[in-house]
Design a protein. Structure first.
Length: 113
């Protein structure tokens, strides 16, 4: 099982915010996306070489428990990043260490405070 970060965002009128509007907020660490080859495309944030991308990094879909529309970081992408980091630092992949690394990866893209 892989954790996933789900969130909702609304504009001042109460309507769901668009992806470009969400990316313009101070919630996102835009430095993580600059010069990374990642771009907003419709309702997803994904690598610009979309033909090669199996999954977007940020997508919109129904929350698995609530059943309401949410934005979420695709768990396959974050899982891949966590696995690569743990392999590079030769850390034992305990559940706690994996979760700590997952939060570290997530916090490079979004302000969790």
């Amino acid at each position: 099982m892989v954790p996933a970060y789900y969130f909702q965002s609304y504009d001042s009128g109460g309507s769901p915010a668009t992806l470009s509007r969400i990316m313009a907020t101070d919630r996102f660490q835009l430095r993580a996306f600059k010069n990374s080859g990642i771009a907003a495309s419709g309702a997803a944030l994904q690598p610009q070489e979309a033909n090669n991308a199996h999954f977007p990094l940020l997508s919109q879909g129904d929350h698995p428990t609530l059943g309401t529309p949410h934005w979420y970081f695709h768990p396959c992408e974050t899982s891949t990043a966590v696995t690569e980091i743990l392999a590079q630092v030769h850390e034992a992949s305990t559940p706690l260490r994996w979760l700590e690394t997952w939060f570290a990866v997530l916090s490079t893209a979004i302000d969790l405070t």
